[in-house]
Design a protein around this ligand. Sequence first.
Ligand code: UT7
Length: 342
Amino acid sequence: MRVFKKFNYMSKIRAAITGVNGYLPEYILTNDELSKMVDTSDDWIMTRIGIKERRILKGEGKGTSDIAVEAIKGLLAKTNTKPEDIDLLVCATVTPDMQFPATANVISDKVGIKNAFSFDINAGCSGFLFALVTASKYVESGTHKKVLVVGAEKMSSIVDYTDRATCPIFGDGAGAVLLEPTYDELGIIDSILKTDGVGRIHLHQKAGGSIKPSSFETIEAREHFIYQEGQQVFKWAVSKMADVSEEIMERNHLKSEDIAWLVPHQANMRIIEATAKRMKLDKEKVMVNIQKLGNTTAATLPLCLTEWEPLLKKGDNIILTAFGAGFTWGSIYLKWAYDYKK
Ligand code: UT7
C-alpha cells in the first residue's frame, strides 16, 4: 500500500518559479538616435522617464513569438526541461503576432511543445502578473505540473516614431518563467489583481479592432499606434501601484525589512520611486533596469527576475507589482524557491 507522508497529504500545493530566462533583440535604440527622429533630448527623457536606451527587434517577418521562443528555448535548456513535458503555456502580450490565433499557440509550435494547451492574456503592462496568477491556479489545483509563463512584446510594431510623447518609452523583449508544484511554503503566496475599464480612454490603440477595422483612413490618421494621455496614466499608476503593494504587505503582515526585493513594472523611474517610497524600501532592494530596456510592457517583470536571478536566495520575500492599459494593476507576493546555480 502506498503511504502518503502526513505532511504532504495535508499541505496545500503552491506554484513556485523554478527557472527564469529572458531574451533581448540585439539592436540598441539610443536617446541620441531618437533625438534625430523627433524633437527630444537625452536630458528630457532621462529626467522625465529615466530611459537611456531600449532594444528593437529588426528583420522582415519577425514578431513577438520569435522573441518569446528565444526566451523559452533558453529557459528549457537552463532547467533541463523537454518541450514535451510542458503541459500549459500562457503568453502575456499586447503585440500578438496576429489578431488570431493566439501567439501562445505559435510559440508552442515553434518550440515543439506538443502536449500542452496554450493561450494569450492581454492585460497591458500588468500582463505578466495576470498570466502568472492564472497559470499558478492550474498548478495549485494539482492538474498541471510544468507550466510556462512568458511576457513578450514587439512594442516597436505599435510605436509611432513621429510622436515624441510615446516613442522614447517602449522597447522590445521577452521573459519567461517555469512554474512547478511544491508542498513547501515557497512560490506564490498571495496576489491582488484589479481592473477598471474607465481607464481605457487614456491608453489604447484606436483602430484595427472590431469597432474600427483597418482602412486607408485609419492608417492615414496613424490610429494603429499607441495612444497615451501620459499625465492621466501617470497619476493612476503612481497611486494604484503603491496602494496595491501596501495592501499586499499589510494583509501578509510584511514590514519593509521583511522584503528582500521589489520587482516593479518599468514604465517610469518616478513611478518606481514613488512605489518604493510608500513601501519604505531602500533603493538597493528595488530592481530597476529601465535605463537599459525602457518599458517592455508584459516583459518587464520576468526580465528583471532574469537579471537579478544570481542574487536571489531561497526563501526571499519578493513583491511584484505593475500598472497598465485597461486599466489593470496588481501585486504578487512570492517566496523565491531556489538558490542560483551557474
Ligand atoms: O506602462 C504603461 C503605463 N504607462 C505609464 O505608466 C506612463 C505614465 N506616464 C508617464 O510616464 C509620463 O506622463 C510621460 C513620460 C509619458 C510624460 O511625462 P510628463 O512629465 O507627464 O510630460 P507631459 O506629457 O506633461 O509633457 C510635458 C512637456 C510638454 O510640453 P509643454 O506642453 O509643457 O510645452 C510636452 O510637449 O514635455 C513635452 N514633451 C517632450 N519634450 C521633449 C513630451 N514628450 C517630450 C519629449 N521630449 N520626448
